[in-house]
Design a protein around this ligand. Structure first.
Ligand SMILES: *Cc1c(COP(=O)(O)O)cnc(C)c1O
Length: 397
């Protein structure tokens, strides 16, 4: 009898009770707008920003409406103008080139390696093409950040980090989002903290921080922030910075504060699950496990493996056989965008040069979510199913 997995790949855990209680208090007070505070009250949004700044070790933090908003806001705050070129990853999700396009800038795609990180040789070759890099730590894989920063520093490139999949991760102990000028995070349901929609940006640069606060829609109420620069910095930029409304509200902030306190514990739980799946897949003929560098502290909220140089039919066959046994895999090699998954050449508003070495990798990337609602036994079962089905198709081919 073949075993089947019956859990859901899209079911996250409930909001912690503490978060539900805090949300109820906000609802009872009726003061959901972040600048609507009672006499002497500090808003949930302002407190969350203070706590997120402390968590990342950044001087300044801003909570916003989404991760995509954080990226667009960061691009504007560092002065990217319509028509500017912005380097970014060919292997990422649609909101990344979307944030670049939203400010009228033009993405220039940099390839992906078999380690699923940005190709630093390709970055070096294209470094003269732009003065900004929107670096996406796609699916939580961190590249050699020392070499990346050396390349960018040598070419005067400002780095914005897309940490949608690396909240809680680190490179040589430095929290993800803290090497570039700005780090951007998402608190959308499928990320590491869940407020439905939401995001953050962090920076140590006082002018970027002040512009971001103004851009997010602070009006002249910026003094109600607890993780923003002093009023003298706002004096310098407040007349020139437009209001591009995208604030976070107190209800979302209230449910995020307890989740931030619990994050280190959640990271450990994700990694327990990741290691069970990784161990189960290791040694499967035809399948390449993506080895993690020693310098990287990762958050295993999803796992990827490669079916390198397989035919499209072979990969499709693995996907459908696994799906028939309840295991939902996503493929980055499909010609047509599907669900959350698309390729750089499907973003037709952004012209791209062919990247043959990256195409080979993309054709082989299989991706799976690991929600915390999975038990360790579930993870072992899932790995066993993938192992069987990859093995069966590989042998037949
Ligand atoms: C989810 C995601 C984003 C954007 O976050 P939203 O909060 O959904 O706007 C950016 N980059 C990557 C890689 C993502 O997965």
């Amino acid at each position: 009898m073949t075993t089947r997995f019956t859990g859901s790949f899209t079911q996250q855990e409930a909001i912690p009770d503490e978060g539900i209680a805090a949300a109820m208090a906000v609802l009872r007070g009726g003061r959901l707008h972040r600048y609507n505070v009672a006499e002497g009250e500090l808003s949930e949004a302002a407190l969350l920003e203070q706590e997120f700044a402390a968590f990342t070790g950044a001087k300044y933090a801003l909570a916003v409406a989404s991760g995509g908003y954080a990226m667009g806001c960061a691009l504007r705050a560092i002065g990217v103008k319509p028509g500017d070129r912005v380097l970014t990853n060919a292997f990422t999700l649609a909101p990344v080139p979307g944030a670049i396009a939203a400010v009228g800038a033009v993405p220039v795609f940099v390839g992906v390696t078999e380690g699923l990180v940005i190709d630093l040789d390709d970055l070096e070759a294209k470094a003269g093409a732009a003065s900004v890099l929107m670096l996406s730590h796609m699916r939580g894989h961190l590249c050699d950040m020392d070499r990346l920063m050396a390349i960018c520093d040598a070419h005067g490139i400002t780095v914005i980090e897309d940490c949608a999949h690396t909240m809680g991760a680190a490179w040589k102990g430095v929290p993800s989002g803290r090497q570039g000028a700005v780090g951007c995070y998402s608190t959308q349901t499928y990320k590491h903290m869940n407020s439905g929609e939401g995001g953050f940006l962090v920076t140590d640069d006082e002018e970027i921080a002040a512009r971001a606060v103004m851009l997010s829609g602070s009006y002249m109420l910026y003094e109600r922030h607890l993780a923003a620069p002093g009023p003298e910095v706002f004096e310098r930029i407040k007349y020139e910075t437009p209001n591009v409304s995208g604030r976070m509200d107190n209800l979302r902030a209230a449910i995020l504060r307890p989740q931030l306190r619990a994050l280190p514990e959640q990271v450990a739980r994700w990694n327990d699950r990741y290691r069970v799946v990784e161990d189960g897949l290791r040694g499967t003929p035809g399948l390449t496990v993506v080895e993690r560098p020693e310098e990287e502290t990762y958050v295993g909220s999803s796992i990827q493996f490669l079916l390198l140089d397989w035919s499209a039919e072979g990969v499709q066959s693995v996907l459908s056989r696994c799906a028939a046994r309840g295991v939902e895999l996503k493929w980055f090699g499909g010609a047509e965008p599907a669900g959350f998954t698309s390729r750089y050449d499907s973003w037709r508003y952004a012209p791209s040069e062919p990247l043959p070495a990256s195409d080979r990798v993309l054709r082989g990337i299989v991706d799976m979510r690991l929600p915390l609602t999975f038990s360790l036994d579930d993870c072992a079962l899932i790995a066993g199913i993938i192992r069987d089905e990859v093995g069966a198709v590989f042998q037949a081919g």
